[in-house]
Design a binder for this molecule. Structure first.
Ligand code: NAP
Ligand code: F7E
Length: 325
């Protein structure tokens, strides 16, 4: 009998990478899609797995739809990756962000409790929950949370609810506190993909400038393909727990920009980059750097793709995509 996994957020960045990993391990993979006039399967197509996933329709804000799905497929593993995940939009759409990211998780956990209490549950928690707390120069599982956005606050509710179901009902629930992870499948609004797409456009003469916000923010950027392995390993462990996944190295947005121009064979990045106040946030998280010693020791997890390799991969794919159009 094949193991059954249910992934929410299947059309996003991480969902397709995780689905590919699980399909390679011979899982039967179900993916949640919400009703859309025109859903995009582009990321699954990119990985060549669109027809290998079984799609179920529902919405994180609709408890009944989630209950019906879980009752009917009774997965052994649930990976909850669905979210309104763009920090920048979370101030303007705080209620929706909370309904999807916080209440949606409660609905899923309740469904597990009612219909399949032996199911293992992964919650996509985030380094954004640490927010301004950089007291040690890094963040790990012992760092106190100091969230700075409605997004981070919504994810904290989900983080604690995930732990509460573990402690109250003995359900196998784990939080992955993942630092930023990127890839050619990253949404275009996020700074890394916005930069690699922008650099590729400049290189090809399609545009003359790249408009950005705060170039001084520092992030610990890894490769999404490495991070979905951490998610998988968390649910294969003997006992549920919470783990940080990070590279342990951080860089400024400015460094990312410089490296992306270099990857496209250009050095004079200053002439193209314009600061646009529209992209500044009401409250910024200035610096994130994770320490993933626990995941390395207990799960045997190790990120493989480094900063420059990641940027080169993203720029190359964006150049190829744009040359085709
Ligand atoms: P993403 O690309 O934004 O994907 C999120 C997915 O959630 C999308 O496919 C979206 O569906 C789906 N979704 C949103 N609202 C929904 C709703 N109401 N009902 C059903 N599905 C809904 O995010 P990602 O980068 O893959 O990240 C995966 C998860 O990890 C997210 O929870 C994110 O918050 C968390 N996380 C990400 C990072 C990172 O650096 N990438 C780091 C830490 C934590 P549509 O395609 O229909 O919009
Ligand atoms: O911003 C700065 C911006 O939107 C990174 C999500 O996956 O990772 C992601 O959240 C930094 C911030 O990602 C622009 O102010 C400058 O300091 O790429 P981002 P994020 O906010 O770190 C965490 C771990 C998640 O959990 C989230 O779901 O870059 N920045 N100029 C800009 N950011 C954007 N988007 N656009 C700019 O023009």
């Amino acid at each position: 009998m094949k193991k059954v996994a249910f992934i929410t957020g299947i059309l996003g960045q991480d969902g397709p990478y995780l689905a590919k990993l699980l399909l390679e391990k011979d899982y039967e993979v179900y993916g949640l899609i919400r009703r859309y006039s025109n859903p995009s399967f582009e990321n699954l197509d990119y990985l060549g797995i669109t027809n290998q996933v079984q799609y179920v329709e529902g919405d994180m804000t609709d408890e009944g739809s989630l209950m019906n799905i879980i009752k009917s497929i009774r997965p052994q593993e649930i990976y909850n990756l669905a979210a309104q995940s763009f920090v920048g939009s979370s101030w303007d759409q705080a209620k929706l962000t909370t309904e999807i990211n916080s209440l949606g998780v409660l609905y899923l956990l309740n469904s597990v409790k009612f219909f399949c209490p032996l199911t293992k549950f992964y919650q996509a928690s985030t380094s954004e929950m640490f927010g301004l707390n950089n007291d040690n120069g890094y963040q790990d599982e012992n760092t106190a949370f100091k969230p700075r956005s409605p997004y981070a606050i919504s994810k904290l509710y989900a983080y604690w609810m995930t732990i509460n179901f573990r402690e109250s009902y003995n359900i196998f629930t784990s939080n992955g506190i993942l630092f930023n992870h990127e890839s050619p499948l990253r949404g275009i609004q996020f700074v890394t993909r916005k930069i690699t797409d922008g650099v590729a456009r400049i290189k090809l003469g399609l545009t003359k400038e790249l408009r950005l916000g705060n170039l001084d923010s520092k992030r610990d950027w890894g490769f999404a393909g490495d991070y979905v392995e951490a998610m998988y390993l968390m649910l294969q462990s003997d006992k549920p727990d919470d783990y940080v996944a990070a590279t342990g190295e951080n860089h400024t947005v400015r460094e990312f920009v410089e490296e992306a121009f270099k990857a496209a064979g250009m050095t004079n990045f200053n002439q193209y980059v314009k600061i646009d106040p529209r992209y500044l946030r009401p409250a910024e998280v200035f610096e994130l750097k994770g320490k993933a010693d626990k995941a390395k020791k207990i799960l045997g997890w190790q990120p493989k793709v480094g900063f420059k390799e990641l940027i080169k991969m993203m720029v190359d794919v964006d150049l190829k995509r744009l040359k085709k159009t």
